[in-house]
Design a protein around this ligand. Sequence first.
Ligand code: ATP
Ligand code: MG
Length: 486
Amino acid sequence: MQTLRASKCGLSTAQLPSSILDVIDALTKAGYEAYIVGGGVRDLILGLNPKDFDAVTNATPAQVKEVFGRRCRIIGRRFELAHVYAGRELIEVATFRAPPKKAVTSASGMILRDNNWGTIEQDFVRRDFSINAMYYQPRKGIVLDFCHAIDDIKNKTLRLLGDPTLRFEEDPVRMLRTLRFAAKLNFNIAPEILEIFTPEMTQLLRDISPHRLYDESQKLFTMGHLNRVLPMLIDFGIWRQLFADISPDISTFIERAAINTDQRIQIGKTINPAFFYAVLLWKPFLERCDFYLGKGVVPAEARAQAGLDVLKRQATRTIIPRFAETFIREVWEMQTRLLNPKPQQIQALSTHARFRAGFDFLLLREKSGDDTTQGMGLWWDAYQQMSTDEKERAISQYNRQRAKSRRKATTEDVVEAKPVTAVTEIEPLVNEPEPRSRRERKSRAKSEKPVQNVASGGSEIGYDHPILKRKRVKRDLSQVIFGPTQ
Ligand code: ATP
Ligand code: MG
């Protein structure tokens, strides 16, 4: 172990937010050891802007709770941690961990429970990469480096601690982390990792819960180097594990969306990771729509059903939370509305909560060479820049053109263009699916108006009336048969 001078590594307390210093100081004052560890230290040494700072200590989570009282919450089962609220920030405080006991690993060697407290030396060997295992004590101005990690930082090498096969078996998510850090930091993956990082090895990801994989996919989407990591996901066989039904090739649309996401992050704009899922799943969604249309299902129903099917299939790999699912389906539904808007709804559409995302999606499609958008991406783009008068003129013109093309389509049944007057409200983009949990169902029912029972003279049926407790038919995923296009 070598002790480095923090200043020699380019570190100073001036770079640290008061929240992390506050946590380190409080633990030290209570007589515990406390360090900053992980990505915060790594990124500062590399001259990058750390996403967050994690602390590590010899105090157990219960002792951390004693120090911070109501500002602290203990979370996690497999990996118990203390969350400490410092101002508006949240700092993760982990306890030094010893190697896991044999009894809590699965047959394939995966660690199922990891709450065996230990020393700093033991904690070090439990970390993933050398560059993530530097312990920084800002008040003492020192960095503890157990494995010459500083050289790996200088040589831009991503090296797993210990035997790579064992480390991947212990926690297959480390494969995703390998690609994430290699892409984010533009580091080389050490040869001993490359040697064992085979498509067979990625099969281990099947044992990881879809919840954890969704979290990891979000980190991949939002790290600012999505465009760099996408081909790596394909090359290393991770893509197939994360997105089973999305063919592993990066279309211009996906590539543009990835570049766009990275650019937004670079300039500090917010991004919704669900947007990228909407992009990835767009092609499977269209194919599924075609499947239903081919069976004679009406278009609106075909889209609704296709959306549900595609998201359900994806959920077997990465569970997409309900709000994100709704967002994705709304963005897709917006495509139909924006492509062929009713003239009297144009204004209302442009102020709809999902307009921005739907429009960005449409424009991305158009700029990627998708001519089925019929130039409506640019039309909406121009529309937003217009004054009120110009907007009215643009809508009238659009109205005339629409009527003309309709006349062309059917000569007998001429639809005369009506002048645009009132703003019509637009219907909901998607019907909210049935809530998953009983609690969600109850709260939704509460928020909905009680139904008037006309037959019984207008007496109300309460939200918990048995007649409203519809049984939810559970669908067996194996029964979702995809059409020949899949
Ligand atoms: P980021 O910039 O994404 O926050 P990070 O390295 O800080 O990167 P975290 O997920 O915040 O990553 O984890 C903090 C630290 O905890 C890591 O640097 C690493 O030392 C350790 N760690 C996290 N996940 C694992 C894992 N799966 N296996 C071993 N160590 C891990
Ligand atoms: Mg971190």
